[in-house]
Design a protein around this ligand. Sequence first.
Ligand code: GSH
Length: 188
Amino acid sequence: MSSQETYKLTYFTHRGMAEPIRLMFAYAGVQYTDERLKNDETYPAKKATFPWGTMPVLEVCPGQSEPKFVLAQVAAIGRYLAKRFNLDAKTEEDAAKCDEYVDALKDFGQGFFDVFVRFADADEALKSRIMSDLKEKQAPKYFGKFEDIASKVRLVSREQYNLDGYLCCESSLKLGQVFSRWESPRVE
Ligand SMILES: N[C@@H](CCC(=O)N[C@@H](CS)C(=O)NCC(=O)O)C(=O)O
């Protein structure tokens, strides 16, 4: 990482799919521009510039005279930054398990996408049934499994992690707390 390098993350104003990336910046202690867009009349022109028309989008400026690197897709951004911040898995097995957890999280997130986007125009009774299933069955299932995973992961500080390369969380940070922070305006 060059000292001149700057990052800009672009997303809507809520936590949503940008929050894991914001958490990574906060955890790594790396400064970045946190661009938050409103879905107003200026948004379509912005959207047209995104690689896939979706956010989050990360822009990396290596220096004043070098071209920007633009990356979309939250999991790709997460993997890229994990490598840059030395938070990536150090064995093929750990990396594969991380991919498994990210894909499981996407499965869980799909339900919310269905309610708020795919079935946004569907009747309220259907949306309410999907939401009840998410709250009463899916959330306990996924949060339970992630809590279980977090409890088995060796918990180490960032400094220790850099030394011996284990999958980590802040020792006081439980994965459930990470998830529960997704809907607040920003990471402190
Ligand atoms: N597969 C993409 C999905 C991203 C996505 O669906 N982003 C939504 C917000 S959560 C978005 O950009 N919606 C606005 C739009 O499509 O104009 C990813 O993983 O990053």
